[in-house]
Design a protein around this ligand. Structure first.
Ligand SMILES: *[C@@H]1O[C@H](CO)[C@@H](O)[C@H](O)[C@H]1NC(C)=O
Ligand SMILES: *[C@@H]1O[C@H](CO)[C@@H](O)[C@H](O)[C@H]1NC(C)=O
Ligand SMILES: *[C@@H]1O[C@H](CO)[C@@H](O)[C@H](O)[C@H]1NC(C)=O
Ligand SMILES: *[C@@H]1O[C@H](CO)[C@@H](O)[C@H](O)[C@H]1NC(C)=O
Length: 489
């Protein structure tokens, strides 16, 4: 302001002494004004609540971290599939803290209903949906019943005295990691309208059903504010979509009608693959693992065990550090030029050559597509790399054997054992000489800022590695401020 005045007055005035007097006056005035401003703002700031630090956006202030208790689950099942699927639900369901319902088509026999009912969600019989039309050729009209879990769950819980922030829907073969689900939802304000999930891994599936659709098997999270409005209009909405295939397509269509789009979260996994899922599980996003699906359609994720014991084994790691499960850290052995990739709680892989981080993070194509129809069926929605046809040329893989936590300092130790392959190898330079890998870390506990902008952690080969090279010890830690992940020359 003073600058403009000075210029305009310089033009209108003939005396330079007047100009300098005015300038001094002007400067004094600005100093006085800034002092007053400083004093006022200082005194105001003393009355501001503590949590208005500049980096918090308004939505973070309105709520604490979302807890498991804030979520209500609606699980789509059937009388036929429930007896087998409920064993998996038992792995993640916590009857003390979780609310929700498993929807079946007909009443269960009292034997099935009562067995372990204290470890499982209550069973609800879906309402009759025969009045709705279903016209997808050779499809399954249960899709309508499954979609209506949204309406029936909301109606059952929206008058609950305990706060509901989120409704989460899944299939009876969806395996949720509840801690991670809650932490992921903490990023979002449930009083705004959110529809959260992920699409399929298969490009073709997304082309058919929607790249912008939350696939039901991976789980669908709907904020309670949106769910209440959605439920109100749900029946009239699904009348318009008899020609859609699944329950998730109907939910998607009705959410779109309210003007809401998908908030994509890569921790939700539809898992439309078959065979060996190792490649996908060792290249997880830096966002927390929220769900797994179709687990009975893939090979057991650990060698030499049944599908169920493999998942149950995975949960032994999840229990000790849920937010770190599958998180990838990559470090290098400079001496041998090895690339070491830790997928925490699951597997460690060593490539006996240097891979840039961008290549190491690509998903190894160890799996098959959902359908063997050729063409687009094996086009994926993520980066891939081929697997060597000779198993002896592939990275050496170590699977999680056990995880323990030290009560004294909170260090978590996870131990990985080499999966045997009948290969000849150089006993000096091959990573096959390593029998066991021990990984040390601390519990991962990201706050909302870190969840919104996650950063991969770094790892080091520890000097404590011993036993003639048979045991490798690795530490995982936060990377230093400007640390880069590459093989140092
Ligand atoms: C299961 O049992 C509970 C109470 O014992 C009952 O309310 C419910 O209707 C039963 N559900 C089915 C599907 O049979
Ligand atoms: C609960 O949901 C039902 C069904 O949509 C709706 O009619 C009712 O108004 C909702 N109640 C509250 C308190 O939101
Ligand atoms: C597979 O498991 C069985 C039984 O637990 C065990 O006897 C066998 O040694 C295991 N095989 C391998 C290759 O680990
Ligand atoms: C390992 O491979 C060699 C050479 O291919 C073969 O002779 C041997 O029988 C195999 N051993 C086992 C245990 O399969």
């Amino acid at each position: 302001m003073c600058l403009f005045q000075r210029i305009s007055r310089a033009h209108s005035s003939s005396s330079s002494s007047t100009i300098s007097t005015r300038m001094i006056y002007c400067i004094l005035l600005s100093i006085f004004a800034s002092l007053v401003y400083l004093l006022v703002s200082l005194s105001l700031s003393r009355f501001q609540p503590k949590d208005t630090a500049y980096f918090l956006s308004s939505q973070d202030q309105s709520q604490s971290l979302t807890e498991i208790d804030h979520i209500v689950f609606g699980i789509g099942s059937s009388t036929k599939s429930w007896p087998a699927r409920r064993e998996y639900v038992k792995l993640w369901w916590d009857a003390q803290r979780m609310r929700g319902c498993v929807f079946v088509d007909r009443p269960l026999s009292s034997l099935v209903n009562d067995t372990d009912s204290n470890l499982l969600p209550p069973i609800c019989v879906s309402e009759d949906t025969s009045r709705f039309r279903y016209t997808w050729r050779k499809g399954d009209r249960n899709a309508i019943r499954i979609a209506r879990c949204v309406l029936e769950t909301v109606r059952m819980f929206n008058t609950s005295s305990e706060e509901v922030r989120w409704y989460v829907f899944g299939d009876d073969d969806t395996i949720f990691i509840p801690e991670n689900l809650a932490r992921t939802l903490s990023k979002y304000d449930h009083t705004s309208w959110y529809y959260i999930g992920a699409s399929s891994e298969i490009y073709h599936q997304n082309s058919l059903f929607g790249h912008d659709m939350a696939f039901g098997g991976g789980g669908i999270a709907i904020s309670s504010s949106l769910a209440n409005v959605l439920a109100k209009n749900f029946d009239s909405c699904i009348e318009r979509y008899p020609h859609l295939y699944g329950g998730d397509s109907r939910i998607h269509a009705c959410v779109l009608e309210l003007g809401v789009g998908l908030s994509h979260e890569p921790g939700f996994h539809q898992f439309d693959v078959k065979g060996n899922a190792l490649g996908i599980l060792t290249s997880h996003s830096t966002r927390p693992l929220v769900s797994l699906h179709h687990i009975v359609h893939i090979d057991p994720i650990f060698p030499n065990v049944t599908t169920f014991s493999a998942v149950s084994h995975l949960f032994s790691a999840i229990e000790l550090d849920p937010l770190r499960i599958f998180q990838v850290s990559i470090c290098y052995d400079r001496w041998y030029s090895w690339t070491i990739s830790v997928s925490w709680g699951y597997a460690v892989q060593i490539e006996s050559k240097h891979l840039f981080l961008r290549d190491a993070l690509r998903t190894q194509k160890t799996f098959r597509p959902w359908k063997n129809s050729g063409g687009l069926a094996s086009v994926y929605t993520f980066n891939t790399r081929d697997v060597h046809p000779d198993p002896c040329q592939r990275p050496v893989t170590f699977f999680m054997e056990h995880v323990s936590s030290s009560p004294s300092d909170g260090t978590i130790k996870s131990v990985y054992k080499q999966a045997y392959q009948n290969c000849t190898y150089d006993p000096i330079s091959s990573p096959r000489k390593i029998e066991e890998i021990r990984v040390f870390s601390t519990r991962l506990d990201p706050d909302i800022r870190q969840l919104k902008a996650p950063r991969r952690q770094c790892c080091d080969i520890l000097p404590t590695s011993f036993n003639g090279g048979k045991v490798l010890e690795i530490g995982i830690r936060e990377c230093k401020e400007d640390e880069l992940i590459y093989i140092h020359p």
